[in-house]
Design a protein around this ligand. Structure first.
Ligand SMILES: [Zn+2]
Length: 449
């Protein structure tokens, strides 16, 4: 564990030191003159603290590092099943409805095309790689641009996820400049949430004995009437209970209680997207959820992942290239209102899906702390690399005034989620004995006679 007070001290004489500006995968900066950065640091830190030095988690979602952008008004929702010819952006990251994506475009052809597009339409589609990373995944999310600005030939954009969509099969995907593509998509309907019993109760009774609510508490309150009502059907009541969306909302929220101080939505649709955006899932698991059409299906699968994690498997966050363990999901915490995992962009235009964690291990720091283009106002970042293989893992963020004083932003591109089988309690209880007996024999072998 590195000490935030001693940052960069050991880097000065390091022959392998790479200036941040030359990092291929890290932050790209023009210069990292720490003297000039310090001059405005107090201002930044004062603005960033909401009260008592605690960091204001509203700030990262505003992506202030992009500067002040112009608002684009509107809220576009397409009809369910509507087919559109639309511009798509292909990135390494996926953003789910309700979440924000920042973009920086500095390629001349890309910016010109994007600008022409924005003049006519402010919705594009975000596409990402399939599970084998061999091509484009068939499902994506429509993104609505809500802020944009062209400054010094660089186009800054902020967009928010709106609706899930699917590529229409049989249509060619045209590749334009850079990450831009032209695709034909079909908007996927988000079905209204309903209970399996919603049409089986007389309207007149509904007002008095409502047992098909979206609130778990309401169902529990009127459960007696629900049992009476279900007695007329041949299938057991628990089968119907298991199709109530509020049941899964409750299970999921109960399973996420360790996300202390975290805003977790209770609305089933929002919760299903919050989970996939924030829980540490593998790329293929996230794609699978994106494909599911109803919030009920998504919540069910998410609960399965959550349950598996708490029973016989455990998730670890390991270096993507060599597999060294960096941290585990119990260390994640939210530094942003969007949650634990958010997208940020560097001046080079690379979008990093970043997970904020309290602790990390097996890393080394590269270069000096810098406040340039900091995603967390008031914090200075230092590049983190894997200790074993030098793979770029993310950044350590430090502040002398704000709380927490130190945390880590791990780039999704730098680590992978590895699922291990947990050792059973029986094995663990047996294990010390085995270990001890082996240790004794080892010691006795070498005891001088
Ligand atoms: Zn590594």
């Amino acid at each position: 564990m590195s000490d935030p007070e001693n940052w960069g001290e050991d880097d000065d004489n390091d022959p392998d030191y790479v200036p941040p500006g030359e990092m291929e995968n890290g932050h790209i900066t023009q210069s990292s003159n720490s003297n000039t950065e310090e001059s405005d640091s107090t201002d930044d830190e004062n603005q960033a603290s909401s009260n008592n030095g605690q960091f204001d988690t509203d700030l990262p979602t505003a992506h202030r590092y992009l500067g002040k952008l112009n608002n684009v008004s509107g809220y576009t929702l397409y009809d369910d099943g509507e087919v559109l010819d639309i511009l798509a952006i292909y990135t390494t990251t996926m953003v789910f409805p309700g979440f924000t994506l920042p973009l920086v475009m500095n390629n001349y052809v890309e910016t010109t095309m994007m600008q022409n597009f924005i003049e006519k339409n402010n919705v594009f589609v975000l596409l990402c790689a399939n599970s084998a990373f061999s091509g484009i995944y068939n499902y994506g999310v429509t993104m609505e641009i809500f802020e944009t600005q062209m400054r010094n030939n660089v186009l800054n954009i902020k967009a928010r996820g709106r609706q899930r969509c699917k590529l229409v099969p049989g249509y060619e995907i045209k590749s334009w400049a850079g990450r831009l593509k032209q695709v034909k998509i079909k908007i996927i309907a988000e079905p209204e949430i309903s209970s399996p019993l919603c049409d089986t109760q007389l309207l007149s009774l509904k007002r008095k004995r409502l047992f098909t609510s979206t609130e778990y508490q309401d169902i529990v309150k009127n459960y007696k009437y629900r049992r009476y009502h279900l007695a007329q059907f041949p299938i057991s009541p628990w089968v119907y209970d298991k199709y109530e969306i509020s049941y899964y909302v409750k299970l999921l929220l109960d399973g996420l209680t360790h996300y202390i101080g975290e805003y977790i939505p209770e609305d089933p649709i929002k919760l299903s997207y919050w989970f996939v955006q924030n829980y540490q899932l593998r790329h293929d698991e996230r794609l699978h959820i994106l494909k599911l059409n109803t919030a009920l299906e998504r919540l069910k699968l998410e609960y399965k992942y959550l349950k598996l994690a708490s029973s016989n498997t455990e998730r670890k966050m390991c270096c993507d290239s060599c597999g060294t363990e960096i941290t585990d999901p119990s260390k994640v915490f939210a530094m942003s209102k969007d949650g634990i995992q958010s997208n940020y962009v560097n001046p080079g235009g690379h979008v990093y899906e970043t997970v904020t964690v309290m602790n990390a291990q097996n890393f080394q720091l590269v270069g000096n702390p810098s406040k340039q283009f900091s995603w967390f106002p008031g914090y200075a970042w230092t590049i983190m690399q894997c200790k074993s293989c030098n793979n770029h893992l993310g950044w350590r963020f430090t502040s002398t005034m704000l709380r927490p004083s130190c945390f880590y932003g791990l780039a999704k591109s730098g680590f992978k989620v590895v699922i291990h089988k947990k050792l059973s309690p029986e094995f663990l209880s047996e294990f010390p004995e085995r270990f001890q007996s082996r240790g004794t024999s080892f010691a006795s072998d070498y005891t001088p006679v």
